[in-house]
Design a protein around this ligand. Structure first.
Ligand code: 5GP
Ligand code: MN
Length: 334
């Protein structure tokens, strides 16, 4: 972490009594929840007593074993209380997202808040609204940046096993179990340290990836056998799921995590997409394994963004029109 940012942040954290709120993006994933809980654990072990964690909406059940996850407030379920916490906060941390609109229903509350705003994130093009910004693109995850922050303060001795597990979950899930965004020496030094601190990496892998319900696995099978379209000459493959499909398999939050990667696993396919119908819009997950920037594509055509090789977007048209538009835009973008 750059000394200037670190100094500014340490100045904000000069009293144990400061009221701190930790936030992350909507549809929180492993890095979002891992980063929140790691920073929570660290600040608590430094003696801060007023630390609250607020996420916009529900997170997948495969993250619910993480130590201390019961301290997390879900804004959607408790909006008045969460609003009050945000209003009263002296410091608000924005973890794993680059602009307040990424928090969905929390956006207004965060924009209006008078507390100091601190960004710790690894997405492209961070918003300029933050008072302190620790934004680094060439890293595995936000969890890695949390570790760097702790390390910059020479406080790695405060990393408990619970904090180490949260950090590991962030790094492991945001790199697809060390298969992308992880060609960095530092990432492995950190992981080595976390293992030294007692995490059981095999157990964590089992808890995150091998806890499917039968419905979730059958939904995956359905995606692959019935809902996969391959545009071979465009090196693109996509999967779509309607609300009916989701109901048929009793969809639970997190059940479509990772599905888009199967489309990308086809030989010679470089762009993959998953379209999921929600109540008010179509969510799009985009991945690439070549030079194609899905971040640019999502920003330009689908009201989204993210990273070069993993991005998300939204469409406000019907599924049919969305797929048609997607195919058109792919055709003209290649
Ligand atoms: P996922 O497909 O897993 O939902 O998202 C992939 C990546 O793109 C994540 O890093 C996520 O933060 C980012 N992302 C997902 N949806 C959006 C969006 O609507 N806007 C922006 N700016 N980024 C997104
Ligand atoms: Mn992340």
């Amino acid at each position: 972490m750059a000394p200037a940012e670190l100094n500014k942040l340490n100045k904000l954290l000069d009293k144990d009594s400061v009221r701190i709120v930790l936030t992350t993006h909507k549809n929180p994933d492993g890095d979002a929840i891992g980063s929140v809980l790691a920073l929570y654990g660290y600040l608590r072990s430094r003696g801060f007593n007023n630390v609250e964690c607020i996420v916009p909406d529900a997170y997948p059940s495969f993250l619910a074993w993480l130590p201390n996850n019961d301290v997390i407030y879900v804004f959607e379920n408790d909006s008045d209380y969460c609003n009050e916490l945000i209003k009263q906060a002296d410091i608000i941390f924005s973890l794993d997202y680059n602009a307040f609109h990424r928090t969905g229903i929390m956006e207004e509350s965060l924009t209006k808040a008078s507390g100091k705003k601190v960004l710790i994130d690894h997405h492209l093009e961070p918003d300029s609204c933050f008072d302190i910004s620790y934004s680094k693109i060439d890293t595995s995850s936000t969890a890695e940046l949390i570790y760097n922050f702790i390390e910059s303060n020479q406080n790695t001795h405060l990393i408990t096993k619970a904090i180490a597990e949260a950090l590991y979950v962030g790094i492991m899930t945001d790199t697809g179990s060390f298969s992308y965004s992880c060609n960095y020496e530092k990432t492995y030094h950190i992981v080595a340290h976390l293992i030294k601190l007692g995490i059981d990496s095999e157990k964590i892998h089992q808890l995150i990836y091998n806890t499917f319900t039968e419905n979730r696995l059958r939904l995956l099978g359905y995606c692959l056998s019935e809902r996969l379209t391959v545009l071979k000459e465009k090196r693109t493959a996509y999967i779509y799921l309607t609300k009916e499909d989701l109901n048929r398999f009793n969809y639970q939050t997190g059940d479509t995590e990772g599905v888009v990667n199967y489309a990308l696993s086809i030989e010679d396919i470089e762009i993959a997409a998953l379209f999921t119908e929600r109540d008010d819009l179509i969510r799009i997950s985009l991945r690439s394994k070549g030079d194609f920037s899905v971040n640019d594509f999502a920003r330009k055509y689908f009201d989204g963004g993210g990273h070069k090789r993993a991005a998300g977007g939204n469409s406000y048209e019907s599924m049919q029109n969305t797929l048609k538009r997607f195919e058109e835009k792919i055709r003209t973008s290649l």
